[in-house]
Design a binder for this molecule. Structure first.
Ligand SMILES: Cc1ncc(C[n+]2csc(CCOP(=O)(O)OP(=O)(O)O)c2C)c(N)n1
Ligand code: SF4
Length: 282
């Protein structure tokens, strides 16, 4: 487990510099132009604006380029096994309810090898936020097809085209019963910041699907140009995030709408549920 103040001298030099206080002194290992920079920036700023302190946050990741996130955020961190950010983050939250806990995962991490953890964290409504860094490819291992790779897309594992149908991350999260579901875009860090703040504040399991380009291994699908062209904000006058049917329709037909798709504020979080059950006569 990394410690939030392990780079004391470097941290002291960025103290009082707003969101930079969430930045570690580690040099980025991400490729120039990778969408993950914009996501990280949005998360730093959201935490700053919520008034969170470094030692009040724990970021847990799996393995992948996205998995490097805790190395770059000056908070408590776990860089765990591929696919296991959600169960480890759940464990941290169960042991330390006072912490704001993030699970960070790529599309391979969260929806491939780790996909089996999603229904359980959602149905238990454990109060963590999952940031799904979705670049629709395996970045770290050099461009193999992932669970969200487009049908027919040429990748290093499918040079003639991906024969598999991609999963729909938002539809999955809704179907599993996540009490907060939203989509953000790495190219809109300001909009993403607002979504991240709402997700953190939500009491219960928050699922944030973030589309992001892998500039090195995907030259055709999730490119900056394609993503910029296709994304647009949700029309809040037309969509009610309290309405599951409307959220499901959006998940199915509006794959690039950005904003809060679903929110159930009445449902008890896991800890609140336990407390309420303890009060009931035996
Ligand atoms: C159990 C296990 N299986 C496979 C791997 C190899 N591996 C490391 S990262 C990764 C996929 C990375 O893709 P993704 O999760 O989408 O994250 P990205 O690198 O795109 O951010 C794989 C298959 C591993 N480290 N551990
Ligand atoms: S390989 Fe892709 S996902 Fe990984 S750092 Fe480079 S651009 Fe980003």
């Amino acid at each position: 487990m990394t410690q939030p103040f392990h780079l004391d001298e470097q941290i002291a030099s960025v103290k009082d510099k707003g969101f930079l206080s969430f930045r570690t002194g580690e040099l980025p290992t991400w490729c120039p132009g990778c969408g993950y920079f914009g996501i990280t920036d949005a998360i730093y700023k959201a935490c700053l604006e919520l008034g969170l302190k470094n030692e009040e946050i724990c970021a847990v990741s799996g393995i992948g380029c996205a998995g490097r996130f805790p190395v770059f955020m000056n908070v408590y961190g776990f860089h765990t096994l591929h696919g296991r950010s959600v169960p480890v983050a759940s464990g941290v939250k169960l042991a330390r309810e006072d912490l704001t806990v993030f699970a960070v995962a790529g599309d391979g991490d969260a929806l491939g090898i780790g996909g089996g953890h999603l229904p359980h964290v959602a149905r238990r409504n454990i109060d963590i936020t999952l940031f799904l860094f979705d670049n629709s490819i395996y970045g770290l291992t050099k461009g193999q097809s992932s669970a969200t790779t487009l049908y027919g897309q040429k990748t290093s594992s499918h040079p003639s085209g991906n024969p598999d149908t991609p999963v729909n991350p938002v539809k999955l999260a809704l179907a599993y019963g996540a009490s907060f579901v939203a989509r953000g875009f790495a190219g809109d860090p300001e909009g993403l910041k607002h979504i991240v703040k709402a997700a953190i504040v939500h009491k219960g399991f928050s699922f944030v699907h973030i589309t992001s380009p892998c500039v090195t291994f995907d030259k055709s699908n999730f490119t900056w140009n394609n993503l910029k062209e296709n994304h647009s904000p949700i029309d809040t006058g037309l969509h009610d995030p309290g309405n599951m049917e409307s959220a499901m329709r959006m998940a199915e037909h509006e794959r690039f709408k950005i904003g809060i798709i679903f929110k159930d504020e009445k449902r008890l979080s896991y800890h609140d549920n336990l407390r309420q059950m303890a009060l009931k006569p035996k």
